[in-house]
Design a protein around this ligand. Structure first.
Ligand SMILES: [Zn+2]
Ligand SMILES: [Zn+2]
Length: 255
């Protein structure tokens, strides 16, 4: 599978976009930065979006995406997939007729541009040619990471999380794991803020990676606060042992 990095930062500054990854051009992992990156013809190809949690930096372009598509004709509704809590939160707080129109009944209730699918954490779910599984992680709101499998390849994306257990246990059981995308938001000196907001620092990340049995696969970092990028680069270097690199915005990775 090909993963194109539309945005990979934990904050927005000129040149630094919040998180969204396009898998094979048709499945999005989170939707922080979509409509400012993809051309309209590319936006038309998006048929499903896996959302990790309700925070705005992970969902903020869903409203603009569906508004583009509804105006211009579409074949299938865009399917927002996540756990029940996340789906209910997006419906209630965002597509509520106040912040944005309820696109699950637009342009018509029979043929809407947007639909929602709730999935059970821990259970496999098929979407297009992918098998996905949501795994609960540890954030300030109910949040999940995802395992995405296609054929014999699998990747793991933690989404936003502080120290956590289950996703690493799942990773250790997985066959065909090709890469782990894990967050690293704050530098070590902001550890208190990281802990209270459910995020990682390089020291916390080092401890997390000890839970992963695989030392031979790429560990790709995401959700860095852009203003601390220089410091994060320095601090991550001291983790050693793993093949760690920072995701690069605009880059395409193949697994
Ligand atoms: Zn968050
Ligand atoms: Zn976030």
């Amino acid at each position: 599978m090909e993963i194109r990095i539309l945005g990979c930062y934990g904050g927005e500054l000129p040149g630094y976009r919040v998180c969204s990854f396009a898998v094979d051009g048709k499945l999005l992992l989170d939707a922080g930065s979509v409509t400012s990156v993809l051309r309209l013809s590319e936006q038309r190809r998006i048929s499903s979006i896996l959302v990790t949690h309700t925070h705005l930096d992970h969902i903020k372009d869903i409203p603009f995406l569906v508004a583009n598509l509804v105006a211009e004709g579409f074949h299938e509704p865009v399917n927002i997939i996540s756990t029940g809590w996340v789906i209910e939160g997006i419906k209630f707080h965002l597509f509520n007729g106040a912040l944005w129109p309820d696109f699950t009944v637009l342009p018509t209730a029979e043929s809407p541009v947007l639909k929602f699918t709730s999935i059970e954490p821990g259970a496999d779910f098929s979407v297009q040619d992918f098998t996905i599984r949501a795994i609960p992680v540890n954030h300030t709101v109910p949040a999940v990471g995802y395992i995405i499998r296609q054929g014999r390849s699998a990747i793991l994306y933690t989404g936003d999380t502080g120290p956590t257990e289950r996703i690493w246990e799942e990773a250790n059981k997985l066959r065909g794991l090709k890469a782990v995308i894990v967050e690293s938001s704050f530098p070590n000196r902001l550890r208190a803020m990281a802990e209270s907001s459910g995020h990682m620092t390089p020291i916390l990340l080092k401890r997390e990676l000890k839970k992963l049995n695989r030392k031979d696969i790429p560990i790709l970092l995401t959700h860095m606060k852009p203003q601390y990028l220089g410091l994060l680069r320095k601090e991550v270097r001291s983790i050693g042992q793993f093949q760690i690199s920072f995701l690069r915005q605009g880059e395409r990775y193949r697994f």
